[in-house]
Design a protein around this ligand. Sequence first.
Ligand code: GTP
Ligand code: ZN
Length: 357
Amino acid sequence: MTLTPDIAEILARARADLRMGVPVRLDGAEGRVLVLAAETASAARLAALRAAGPVDLVLTARRAETLKARAYDGDVARVVLPGDAGLDWVQALADPADDLGSPMKGPLETRRGGDAGLHRLAVRLVKSARILPAALVVPWDGASDGLTAVPAEAAAVQLDAAAVLDHVVSARVPLRAAEKARLHVFRPADGSEEHYAIEIGRPDRAAPVLARLHSACFTGDLLGSLKCDCGPQLNAALAQMGAEGAGVLLYLNQEGRGIGLANKMRAYALQDQGFDTVEANHRLGFEDDERDFRLGAAILRKLGFGAVRLMTNNPAKIAMMEACGIAVAERVPLKVGHTAENAAYLATKAAKSGHLL
Ligand SMILES: Nc1nc2c(ncn2[C@@H]2O[C@H](COP(=O)(O)OP(=O)(O)OP(=O)(O)O)[C@@H](O)[C@H]2O)c(=O)[nH]1
Ligand SMILES: [Zn+2]
């Protein structure tokens, strides 16, 4: 019936459960499993999970590589939980913070063969909750006990789907950089964070608009962190739009290239141990860049823009806009905010992520 939650709503509930340390159930064609996020698991819940059957700690292949565990399942690895492993062991495998302090975690036994579909889905779901991408998984044929039950096949499709966005409200916000400015708020139907568009002037919809896709950076945008160039880029983009009298800046809530602020701070802690920005993401179990730029394209389209003069140094953003049907008529370089503190970070982005310096 129509009052029943749909798959996007079920997934939003599941994410909230996992962030709070509550298990969720995945219902696949071949069977059912219980999933508990490694980061938020309590000792009591881990014990209850163990009582249900053999528990696997599912890690991304990125994390497994750091731990020297064999990943037989492509992008994930199912690590067998040893009989004496407690919460400390689980968290040490999930969280790289102490990798250097206590490097010997192994040898780790990983499963090979059998179907890892639900395990892969479990990690994707935990990752989408923006906590550490590591999941405790156990086969389960008991009652649901009030747990959120997620139909696996529909969930996999939904996790791949582009966000559906609702325009919520627009209002005038005069800015230092441009008096004629409006802020538009967009809300994803999947319950995730809202995103904003700042429209400067009244850009011609028939011509390429000066545009910036800015990803949230709490440390750079608000605190004036010297570790990145985000704050100066944000201000310079608005200033140029103000000077030209027209433009659109999307403020996408994809903090930390899509891994969330807590994980970005974990990455910063690893950078203080000597790893670069890409290595830090990998050690945490993430890809270099977990952002979904279909979001930006969808917002531009909703505002009536089909072509942009894109302010960026990141060729991947251009390629992704083009792939999403937004024509990039021109790349407008945005080189500001270089400091001694962020020189190595920007050099890594140039060397490993193809940024144009
Ligand atoms: N994971 C991670 N994220 C970071 C780090 N430093 C900055 N960020 C995030 O990186 C993103 C930077 O976004 P952008 O400036 O839009 O992206 P960009 O890919 O560098 O491209 P352009 O600035 O357009 O050239 C923000 O979400 C920051 O929070 C880091 O060391 N690790
Ligand atoms: Zn930043």
